[in-house]
Design a protein around this ligand. Structure first.
Ligand SMILES: Cc1cc2nc3c(=O)[nH]c(=O)nc-3n(C[C@H](O)[C@H](O)[C@H](O)COP(=O)(O)OP(=O)(O)OC[C@H]3O[C@@H](n4cnc5c(N)ncnc54)[C@H](O)[C@@H]3O)c2cc1C
Length: 483
């Protein structure tokens, strides 16, 4: 055990100093920690890239950053499976798998997360299931239901696996995660602009991995069409590709973010922010040329270079166009560009009695970051955001680089409250999460099954914190562990 450090997450919105902090090296050390804290609270942290209160703990915090092993095995049908230490960073895992010409079956936009942390919240990219969906097995240190003694469980089937695939840190300490790897693949990317969401969706079949951006203040869409492609080996092409990556890094990962920072933190100018979106941002992406790169090169960005704050809302496919229109109108009112939303959106707001609340937000926040929209295929989990019967879900990411964040939060709270009621929206578990048990209960039909499985491995609720108890409904008399 080392002297407890202050724990600060990526977004710097969560800071706390636990009473005890552990970085165990072996499974026996993990079991000792569980024995010592069998009547306390324990939370596990990974790369701290979540914004939600999942990370908070007043008692003991465990980090498995030393569990970084990677083992691969080939099954009878020739498929390679990887078993990965919980604390292994995804970027390290991709590098190691790449040596065998393999990769992960899914990735998100960055690769900084540790594998157990990434699956905990259903981390996803676009055009695929979440990473959680692909988990085949986890090893878990938790408590024996009958004896109360710490024990290691291997979970590889049924609802226990579905729960562990997106576990919110509520089942115990995940020690390792196993996946079936896929052969390394290449992705072709071509950028384009469209005015309507129908035009964007019309390309989805040819471009299944695409993600797109709703451009604030211009209110059109910028798409990065993406599909599988054959690698090009011509040296001139490789040079061209390298220049594209460098150009993208300089223009987007760094330049665009510096510009947004300048506009919202230094100049604090709403009118310049609007002008910038209308007259500069649309012309930054090169169009009409396909660039082909290794999957992880194309599908990820250096999105972690600037500390930001984010909420992400998921809507089922059937509500996508209406949700996009609704969000556009809400953002226009929050910006102050219009006082009243369109008639259609006003009628929707009347339905949930939220028209006055939107009016009270007039001019509260000028959104300054393109809203990324991604498609997530149905997950076989209990509570990841894309679980359930819908064919797929589309997520809207709202990011701010500005501080203080209170005005952004007012807009985000409104979006969360309204879209959950109008469009069955769900919130990313790892991002700003202003809703409670009522939302979780309505949004996730299998929430109770998840809670029952958590109790099976953690009868006294050692791995819960105030946030998870609220979300799972465990802070009521009937819901309290042990009652
Ligand atoms: C810059 C940036 C980009 C992002 N991009 C995406 C994206 O493209 N797609 C997306 O879906 N999300 C994205 N996210 C969100 C991020 O992927 C999730 O919040 C993820 O859960 C963070 O993983 P982590 O390793 O940092 O885990 P942490 O944030 O440290 O922990 C997350 C949860 O996992 C639990 N946990 C961690 N390790 C263990 C363990 N060994 N045993 C038990 N519980 C454990 C923790 O208790 C906590 O509940 C992004 C976040 C940032 C900051």
């Amino acid at each position: 055990m080392s002297h407890p450090p202050e724990i600060v997450n990526f977004g710097a919105n969560i800071r706390f100093r636990p009473k005890q902090y552990y970085e165990p090296r072996t499974e026996d050390e993990v079991l000792d920690i569980l024995r010592r804290h069998a009547r306390d609270k324990i939370r596990v942290v990974a790369a701290l890239h979540s914004w939600s209160d999942l990370l908070q703990s007043d008692d003991a915090v465990v980090c498995l950053k030393r569990f970084t092993h990677i083992e691969t095995r080939v099954d009878d049908e020739g498929h390679t499976h990887a078993t990965v230490g919980a604390g292994c960073r995804i970027k390290f895992l991709l590098k190691e798998l790449g040596k065998q010409n393999l990769t992960l079956p899914a990735i998100g936009l960055i690769t900084e997360q540790m594998i157990a942390g990434a699956i905990a919240t259903g981390t996803h990219g676009s055009g695929n299931h979440s990473i959680s969906h692909h988990v085949e097995e986890v090893r878990l240190a938790a408590y024996n239901h009958e004896t109360g003694e710490p024990e290691i469980f291997t979970i590889s089937a049924g609802d226990d696996l579905r729960a562990a695939r997106c576990h919110l840190g509520c089942m115990g300490v995940i020690l390792s995660v196993s996946f079936r790897c896929v052969p390394q693949y290449y992705v072709g990317e071509i950028n384009a602009k469209y005015q309507t969401i129908e035009d964007v969706l019309a390309h989805e079949e040819d471009s299944p991995l695409q993600h797109f951006f709703l451009q604030p203040h211009r209110w059109g869409f910028t798409v990065q069409h993406r599909s599988l492609a054959q690698p090009l080996t011509d040296p001139m092409y490789r040079l061209d590709m390298r220049l594209y990556f460098i150009g993208f890094f300089v223009t987007f990962d760094v330049g665009l973010h510096l510009a947004f920072k300048l506009l919202v933190s230094v100049l604090r100018s709403r009118s310049l922010t609007r002008l910038f979106h209308r007259h500069v941002v649309p012309f930054l992406l090169l169009e009409d040329k396909t660039y082909i790169g290794r999957s992880d090169q194309i599908l990820t960005w250096e999105h972690e270079l600037f500390r930001h704050f984010e909420i992400e809302l998921f809507v089922p496919k059937e509500h996508l166009p209406e949700a996009a229109e609704f969000i556009t109108e809400v953002l226009k009112v929050c910006d102050g560009a219009t006082r009243e939303p369109s008639e259609k959106v006003a009628a929707l707001l009347d339905r949930i009695d939220m028209r006055d609340r939107l009016a009270s937000l007039h001019g509260v926040f000028t959104h300054h970051y393109p809203i990324c929209i991604r498609r997530i295929l149905r997950d076989d989990t209990l509570i990841s955001m894309a679980t359930g019967d819908d064919e797929c879900w589309y997520s809207f990411s709202f990011i701010t680089l500005s501080r203080p964040r209170e005005n952004f939060k007012q807009m985000a709270d409104f979006l969360a409250d309204s879209t959950t009621r109008l469009f069955r929206a769900r919130l990313h578990w790892g991002k700003y999460f202003p809703l409670g048990h009522d939302h979780a209960r309505t949004a996730y039909p299998r929430l109770d099954d998840f809670t029952t499985i958590c109790r099976k491995y953690d009868p006294l609720g050692v791995f819960q914190n105030a946030f998870t108890e609220e979300i799972l409904g465990l802070n009521t008399a009937e819901g309290h562990p042990g009652s």
